[in-house]
Design a protein around this ligand. Structure first.
Ligand code: SF4
Length: 395
């Protein structure tokens, strides 16, 4: 079976990426023909303004992927933007994709919803700032000639400053949580590229006639959309594309150090580039059961992120059930429990760090492998495009 999937190069990878995606890919590459790509064009859908670190981020992903067990000799590991045919197919599929299909995409709907909330927030700020602006004008030691214009200008800028301060965490974060608005760049994300990214995703899969796409539950609507687009194309121009299936995989959830979802933006992630000392600091600061205040208090491992990590990293099952038992009875304190975790976590991380170092030393060689793989991907992609052009009567 041909499997296709990609990952946006948004920075260094952390444990969440491994347990959520890479571990499954490593298994898949043993059984299937796999195409895994670094989705650098997709990274631009939300981060087009700041591309300074894009190249470095691509390099980090290459290193992390291979250090974590993906093998460029077994899977086709490549860079999306090196295979221009993705863009050509995206353009053609865009012609036949109704706009309403894209507007129903949950990610897009979320963005729109959040934008509306932001507009409300702006209005609220402006109302509250009106009086402050009036008072300020009265207290000025000089006369403003165009008072209305000046007021408008001031209000506009103050509101923007308030919103920026809010996103920078300088105003109670509770407001942001209440609004469910988490990105500063929302205003700028409402682009043609963002609306159309599911079409690019579809092109990414169909260009290799991908039969299966490993996804989590939240990605199911995207695959459904890809299937619809493939069906529409096949109906209009003849059957060229298989309808890709979602390969739903159970992935263990690894919480962040604070118990929330592990994410770079929450500052609760352990990265594969972290040193032993950095990891130790993070683990020793991890949240535990808040009811277990003193060492001998009984704890509830089922709600403790440290225990969730034990289940993933402490390979000795007997030890894990002992920890569970001793936590409940109050025999085990959190500091000791974290020390045990650290030992096992390091057994997992240290070899990865070593492999990373080796790969970093030979980065040119690794880049070369990705480029060769991109060429391999391109051969298949260009054969598909030949068929597509012919089917559509394009010269
Ligand atoms: S003893 Fe371990 S599992 Fe229990 S609450 Fe403390 S850190 Fe969590």
């Amino acid at each position: 079976m041909r499997v296709v999937s990609g990952m946006r190069p948004t920075g260094k990878l952390h444990l969440g990426h491994y347990f959520g995606v890479i571990r499954n890919w490593v298994k898949l590459q043993e059984e299937h023909e796999c195409f895994f790509f670094i989705a650098d064009w997709h990274a631009l859908t939300t981060a087009y303004k700041n591309t300074k670190e894009l190249r470095q981020n691509i390099r980090e992903v290459m290193i992390d992927w291979v250090a974590l067990g993906l093998d460029p000799d077994k899977s086709v590991l490549f860079i999306q933007s090196k295979v221009k045919e993705h863009a050509e197919l995206c353009l053609l599929l865009g012609m036949l994709t109704p706009k309403s299909w894209l507007e129903l995409n949950p990610t897009y709907k979320d963005l729109k919803y959040n934008l509306l909330r932001l507009v409300d927030l702006e209005r609220e700020f402006k109302e509250k700032l009106k009086e402050t602006v009036e008072n300020l004008l009265k207290s000025l030691p000089f006369q403003i000639t165009k008072e209305d214009k000046f007021k408008e200008h001031l209000l506009e800028n103050l509101t923007q400053t308030m919103i920026e301060a809010l996103f920078e965490g300088e105003i109670e974060p509770e407001i942001l949580k209440r609004l469910n608005v988490s990105k500063k760049d929302f205003y700028e994300t409402d682009t043609f590229g963002f609306l159309g990214y599911p079409v690019l995703q579809t092109a990414d899969i169909l260009i290799y006639k991908g039969e299966a796409v490993p996804v989590g539950e939240d990605q199911l609507p995207h695959i459904e959309l890809s299937r619809e687009i493939a069906r529409r194309f096949n109906r209009l121009y003849g059957k060229i594309f298989p309808e890709p299936k979602a390969l739903l995989t159970e992935t263990p959830k690894i919480p962040g150090t604070d118990g929330r979802k592990m994410s770079k933006s929450y500052g609760n992630a352990v990265f594969f580039t972290d040193t032993k000392e950095e990891v130790e600091k993070k683990v020793m600061k991890m949240f535990t059961d808040p009811q277990k205040i003193r060492k001998n208090d009984p704890g509830r491992p089922e709600i403790c992120p440290v225990f969730a990590w034990h289940k993933l990293f402490t390979k000795d099952e007997e030890l894990v059930s002992q920890i569970e038992q001793d936590c409940r009875s109050g025999k085990l304190g959190c500091v000791e429990c974290k020390r045990i975790l650290l030992k096992h976590l390091e057994e997992f991380l240290e070899p990865i760090r070593e492999r990373r170092k080796e790969l970093e030393k030979n980065i040119e060689e690794l880049e070369e492998k990705f480029l060769r793989n991109s060429e391999k991907a391109r051969e298949i992609a260009s054969a598909t495009m030949e068929e597509v052009r012919k089917a559509m009567n394009l010269p």
